[in-house]
Design a protein around this ligand. Structure first.
Ligand SMILES: [Zn+2]
Ligand SMILES: [Zn+2]
Length: 170
């Protein structure tokens, strides 16, 4: 059974889509890249990365839209078909150590309580808006990072387990 303190629900703005995240995320990114700024219409995007099979759609359905990503490979964004709010996304291919559609990027602002998933690391701060001042103790990288340097050991172990499951399906 999932650990209740790490189970969080969220949904779109109109209530059609409801989902549940069933464990702690692997890592939470606050991304300041120019694409996240354009796609969100805001200054950054906060995404919680988690194994796709730990996200359960409780209600409704999602429409998937492919958009550009900094890698050029594209990202699939899942939106509510009614209100068009984006609830999560994934990459189309293996990118910077992240396993394509095996990893879901939950849009933290769609959680019922987004304060449960504060950022672990700020990425692409080279394009951060100058008026935004980050906490002095925040983990910050100008572009991206090496996964082994930033992810907690538990998350690296989970990623290794996922890779093993993909390579040896049975
Ligand atoms: Zn909706
Ligand atoms: Zn970004």
């Amino acid at each position: 059974m999932p650990d209740d303190t790490n189970v969080h629900e969220g949904g779109c703005a109109c209530g059609h889509v409801r989902y549940r995240v069933e464990s702690k995320p692997l890592i939470v990114h606050c991304c300041h890249c120019s694409m996240c700024q354009r796609q969100s219409g805001s200054a950054f995007a906060v995404n919680a990365l988690i194994e796709a099979d730990r996200v359960r759609l409780l209600q409704g359905d999602v429409t998937e839209v492919t958009v550009p990503s900094p890698s050029g490979n594209g990202q699939v964004i899942a939106r509510c078909p009614k209100c068009q709010v984006a609830v999560w996304s994934n990459y189309l291919v293996f990118y910077k150590g992240i396993l394509g559609d095996a990893i879901r990027f939950i849009r933290v602002g769609t959680l019922d309580d987004p304060s449960k998933m504060p950022p672990d690391v700020h990425i692409f701060t080279s394009s951060k808006q100058p008026w935004l001042v980050l906490p002095l103790d925040a983990q910050v990288v100008e572009e991206y990072y090496v996964t082994q340097d930033v992810w907690p050991k538990e998350s690296l172990d989970r990623m290794a387990a996922m890779l093993a499951a993909i390579q040896n399906p049975d």
